[in-house]
Design a protein around this ligand. Structure first.
Ligand SMILES: Nc1ncnc2c1ncn2[C@@H]1O[C@H](COP(=O)(O)OP(=O)(O)OP(=O)(O)O)[C@@H](O)[C@H]1O
Length: 372
């Protein structure tokens, strides 16, 4: 049977082409995770950068003439941070001197590769780069620490050492501010973690956009309200050069639970990330839950809330061979105090040299600060 007449007359109605919900001109290429809007690439760049500019201005993160050290790990967050800060600094004439500051934790097959990315970023953004290593500062690499204590608890060492290392690197750069690429997902995760642990002082502090303002080096998070998914999209569409591998040493397990929980919640309610941050910003805390008064570590001078800072304490245990034993006590809750003391006595004499190297290294970075 000949159907040609039918074919000619039965045309399906043309679908109306959807346009970007912001400019109404271009075809949309993505759905914004934060708002659900279908938008084009150019409008995405614009809203993404505008929101960060708004966060910076409304929270007074910078002032003209600031020397800002960008904590640069070579990962997506800090690479996008370097890109956006370079761009906004020019566009709005912030008047900032930007620096890349990378901490080399000494993790073979991970940090050495990501540092190569940061070295390329230095060229791409024309920002000076300073690399400071745990080995120089503490006389230990993370590879050596993991060899000594195993995988359990190694993130504690790394986190404490990195925090100090960033401050000390900033002092060397004569920077007066540090920025990191912590994003809204990181902060919401930290809120959940502190809530689940009942750590009230940290629960209060973790949503501050600026921390450390009691010392000489305030540290801020321009991505506090920026979704991780949007950072990844921005890096992808702009074809930024970043390194995307997880640390080879097991990531913090407890944070992993909070992250999984958050992802499940986000699938049901995308605004959950910002909702958690806003909720935590509005908690009211009793006076006695405030962080303890800050003073200076009696060994290295770093700002802390006890006689000696966490880094010196951890290092003392590492150098005396105690770290491994202490962690296993915490984990297994066995009464092995005597063994710990014995280990300590045996090892103390051998390790005095290491401790001295560390204190001299740290003191020298502090002296640079004093001399300025
Ligand atoms: N080795 C490092 N040197 C300098 N800054 C670092 C380093 N590691 C982390 N940071 C800073 O802390 C932020 C949060 O680090 P985290 O380890 O949570 O990595 P992340 O969320 O994967 O971020 P990124 O994608 O930038 O690596 C980073 O964005 C960066 O600003």
């Amino acid at each position: 049977m000949d159907n040609s007449a039918n074919v000619a007359t039965t045309t399906t109605p043309k679908k109306k082409t959807k346009l970007c919900e912001i400019c109404n001109v271009q075809r949309p290429v993505l759905k914004r995770p934060k708002t659900g809007q279908m938008i084009c690439k150019e409008c995405f760049y614009q809203v993404f950068e505008d929101e960060i500019h708004h966060t910076i201005v409304s929270n007074n993160l910078f002032k003209r003439g600031d020397r800002v050290a960008i904590g640069a790990s070579g990962g997506k967050d800090s690479t996008v941070l370097a890109e956006v800060l370079t761009l906004l600094n020019k566009k709005y004439d912030y008047g900032l001197d930007l620096f890349l500051l990378s901490i080399d934790e000494g993790i073979t097959g991970y940090r050495d590769d990501s540092l190569e990315t940061v070295k390329r970023n230095q060229e791409q953004y024309q920002i000076p780069l300073k690399i400071l290593s745990y080995k120089e500062l503490y006389n230990w690499t993370m590879d050596e620490i993991v060899k000594e204590i195993g995988l359990k608890g190694n993130c504690t060492f790394c986190g404490v050492f990195r925090r100090q290392a960033l401050d000390r690197g900033a002092v060397i750069l004569k920077a007066n501010k540090i920025v990191t690429g912590h994003n809204a997902d990181d902060i919401a995760e930290t809120v959940l973690m502190n809530l689940l642990r009942g750590d009230i002082p940290r629960l209060q502090r973790c949503v501050y956009i600026i921390t450390g303002s009691e010392g000489a080096l305030p540290r801020s998070k321009p991505f506090k309200y920026t979704y991780q998914k949007e950072i990844v999209m921005y890096a992808y569409f702009k074809k930024l050069d970043y390194f995307s591998t997880e640390c080879i040493y097991a990531p913090n397990a407890y944070r992993g639970h909070a992250r999984d929980f958050l992802k499940d919640l986000e699938a049901v309610r995308p605004s959950i990330i910002i909702d958690i941050i806003h909720s935590a910003e509005n908690f009211h805390f009793r006076e006695e839950n405030k962080m303890p008064v800050q003073r200076n570590c009696t060994q290295c001078g770093y700002i802390c809330s006890n006689d000696i800072c966490m880094a010196c304490d951890l290092l003392k245990n590492l150098n005396s061979g105690l770290a491994k034993v202490k962690l296993s006590i915490n984990l297994k809750r066995k009464d092995k105090d005597q063994q710990v003391l014995d280990n300590s006595n045996n090892n103390n004499n051998n390790n005095n040299n290491n401790t001295n190297t560390f204190n001299n290294n740290l003191k020298s970075t502090l002296e640079i600060k004093t001399n300025n």
